[in-house]
Design a protein around this ligand. Structure first.
Ligand SMILES: Cc1cc2nc3c(=O)[nH]c(=O)nc-3n(C[C@H](O)[C@H](O)[C@H](O)COP(=O)(O)OP(=O)(O)OC[C@H]3O[C@@H](n4cnc5c(N)ncnc54)[C@H](O)[C@@H]3O)c2cc1C
Length: 384
C-alpha cells in the first residue's frame, strides 16, 4: 500500500509539479489546478484514517510523500500537508459529531482545514493571544485578528485559538462561511509562493458551543504541531534532493580546465557532503515521525495520550536540524551555478527562497533551541 502510494506521488510530481517553477513562483490563485489534480489522483490528505474514508498513511511514510512533493514544489507540498495539523486536532480533541463530517470531507472532497494560531503580537508566544471568545447562551462569539494562516481562504473549516476573559485558552472550529470571517490580505511571500497565506479578521463570529475542542487550546496545538513541524522539516529533504539533481545536471555540461565539472574533486566533495546531509535529515524526520506514530497508536480515544505527548524532542530536533542543514545545501547550491545561480533564469534562486521557510514557519530556530533547552536540558523540576 505504502510503496504503491509513494510511486503514485512520484508519478504525480513528475507529471504535475516538475518544470512549472514559474507558475508556482507566481503566487498562483488558490486552490491551484494542481491541488484539484492531487485530489483527482486520489492523493489529497493521504493521512486521514481509513475509518474516515482516507488512505491512513503513517506520519513516517508521510515524510517520504512530502519529500517527493517538495522535490516538485515546496509551497505545493506545504499547502497539501498542513491540513494534517487541524485533522489531528479534530480527531483527538473534538466531539465525534464535529470531527467525523470534517474528516470525511477531507477524504472525499480533498478539502482543507486551516489553523489560525499566530497573531501580530503572539507568534511564538501564543500565551499572548489576544483573540477572544465569550459565551452567549449555547453559542460562542469570537473576535480578533490572526496575522498568518495558511489555506484559510479555501479551507471549509478554520480552527481558531482564542482566550476567554478569565484566561481559558480554547481551539474553536469556525466554518469558513461564518458571517464575520474576513480575509484582510494574502501575503506576498518570499518563497513557497504557491501556498496561500493570509491575514484574517474575525468580527464577532458566532458558532455553537459544541464547536470548542476539548482541553487547553495551547496544549492541544502544541501536541499536534509535532506532526506538521516534522513535515515542514521533510520539505528540506525534497528541496535538497532537487538541488543535488540540478547540480549534477549542470556539472555534466559545464567544463572546467578541459574536463566536465563532475570530474572535479571539489565538486565531488560538495555533492558528497550534500548527500550526507540529505540522508541524515531524512532519517531524523522519519525517526521523529515513527516516535509520534508510536505514541499516537498508544493514545486512547479520549485523546489524553496525544495531550500528554507535549513537544517531542525528536520533532524539535528534526525541524531545527533540517532548517540548518537544508540552508547549508541551498547555500552550496546557489554558489555552484556561478553567475547563473544569481539569476531568475535558473530554478536555484526559487529553491533558496523556498528553503528559507523551513527555519521560520511554526517556530524559528531560536524557538526550537529554547524549547529544547526548557523541556529537555533543564532539570525536570525547573522545566517550563
Ligand atoms: C508562509 C507562512 C505560513 C504560516 N502559516 C501559519 C498558519 O497556518 N497558522 C498559524 O497560526 N501561523 C502561521 N504562520 C506563522 C508562523 O508560524 C510564525 O510567523 C512563526 O512561528 C514565527 O513567529 P513570529 O512571526 O511571531 O516571530 P517570532 O517568533 O516572534 O520571532 C521574531 C524574533 O523573535 C526572536 N525570538 C522568538 N522567540 C525567541 C526565543 N524563545 N528566544 C530568542 N529569540 C526568540 C526570533 O528569533 C526572531 O528574531 C505562517 C507564517 C508564514 C511565513
Amino acid at each position: 500500500m505504502t510503496e504503491e502510494l509513494l510511486k503514485r506521488v512520484r508519478d504525480f510530481t513528475a507529471a504535475e509539479l516538475i518544470g512549472k517553477d514559474g507558475h508556482f513562483d507566481s503566487l498562483p490563485e488558490q486552490p491551484t489546478v494542481e491541488t484539484a489534480r492531487l485530489h483527482a489522483a486520489g492523493l489529497a490528505n493521504w493521512w486521514v484514517p481509513e475509518s474516515y474514508g482516507g488512505a491512513g498513511l503513517s506520519l513516517q511514510d508521510s515524510v517520504d510523500v512530502v519529500s517527493e512533493l517538495s522535490y516538485g514544489d515546496a509551497g505545493f507540498a506545504f499547502g497539501a500537508f498542513l491540513p494534517i495539523l487541524g485533522s489531528l486536532m479534530l480527531q483527538h480533541f473534538a466531539d465525534e459529531e464535529l470531527a467525523r463530517p470534517a474528516l470525511e470531507t477531507l477524504a472525499t472532497d480533498g478539502d482543507q482545514i486551516a489553523v489560525l494560531g499566530s497573531e501580530e503580537e503572539a507568534g511564538s508566544e501564543l500565551v499572548r493571544t489576544a483573540t477572544t471568545f465569550h459565551p452567549e447562551g449555547d453559542r460562542l462569539v469570537l473576535t480578533g485578528e490572526k496575522y498568518f494562516s495558511t489555506n484559510t481562504d479555501t479551507a471549509h473549516l478554520l480552527l481558531v485559538l482564542a482566550r476567554s476573559s478569565d484566561d481559558d485558552f480554547a481551539v474553536i472550529a469556525v466554518p469558513r462561511d461564518t458571517p464575520g470571517v474576513e480575509i484582510v490580505k494574502r501575503w506576498d511571500l518570499l518563497g513557497v509562493r504557491s501556498t496561500g497565506a493570509y491575514r484574517v479578521r474575525l468580527n464577532g463570529c458566532t458558532v455553537p458551543a459544541t464547536n470548542r475542542l476539548h482541553g487547553n487550546g495551547l496544549r492541544t496545538l502544541e501536541a499536534s504541531l509535532n506532526a506538521s513541524r516534522i513535515l515542514i522539516a521533510a520539505c528540506a529533504v525534497g528541496i535538497s534532493r532537487r538541488i543535488r539533481d540540478l547540480s549534477m545536471e549542470y556539472a555534466a555540461s559545464k567544463t572546467l580546465r578541459g574536463a566536465p565539472l563532475t570530474k572535479n574533486a571539489v565538486f565531488a566533495g560538495k555533492l558528497g557532503q550534500m548527500e550526507m546531509l540529505i540522508d541524515v535529515m531524512r532519517h531524523q524526520c522519519r525517526a521523529a515521525a515513527a516516535e509520534f506514530d508510536g505514541l499516537l497508536a498508544a493514545t486512547d480515544s479520549s485523546g489524553t495520550g496525544l495531550y500528554r505527548i507535549g513537544t517531542l524532542r525528536s520533532a524539535l530536533a528534526a525541524k531545527l536540524y533540517c532548517g540548518q542543514a537544508g540552508w547549508d545545501v541551498a547555500s552550496t547550491g546557489s554558489e555552484l551555478f556561478g553567475g547563473l545561480g544569481y539569476t531568475q533564469d535558473h530554478p536555484i534562486g526559487k529553491l533558496v527562497r523556498d528553503m528559507r521557510y523551513v527555519a521560520i514557519v511554526e517556530g524559528g530556530q531560536d524557538i526550537m533551541r529554547d524549547l529544547l533547552y526548557a523541556r529537555y536540558v533543564l532539570p525536570a523540576r525547573k522545566r517550563r
